[in-house]
Design a protein around this ligand. Sequence first.
Ligand code: DAT
Ligand code: MG
Length: 137
Amino acid sequence: MTQRTLVLVKPDGVQRGLTGQILARIEAKGYTLAQLELVTATREILERHYEEHQGKPFFEPLVEFMLSGPVVAAVVEGDRVIEGFRSLAGATEPTTAAPGTIRGDLGRDWGEKVQKNLVHGSDSPESAEREIGIWFS
Ligand code: DAT
Ligand code: MG
């Protein structure tokens, strides 16, 4: 079941120089980088990308954080890659994300800083196609 997903290395990952390690983990698991770009997001892109979170208390800080530096956007392909990448990324909160995951091994933020969790991965086939259209149009 070949799928595509939208992966972002967030500003904290790029700033900390972890892009290579994160992409290497994706490739090591057997997924393919189909498209890859270093981009500075815009508010318009982020408001569309995080549409489901509009109105939540963390929405504005999340957008501001995502505007704080460049991100790496990738289309990643593979068999069940949507679930597979989210498993590789780990739980949303890096402090308690399982060891062995990107967030669990490389991050340690929580609470109001939980947006510094290094990566984004689409959560469903519908989200993936929608998000790929936003970042790679
Ligand atoms: P995920 O990135 O694991 O899919 P999500 O879609 O629920 O998590 O949330 C998107 C991002 O928003 C998440 O990576 C970090 C931030 N976030 C989520 N819940 C939060 C909260 N309660 N307070 C602050 N930021 C939060
Ligand atoms: Mg999400």
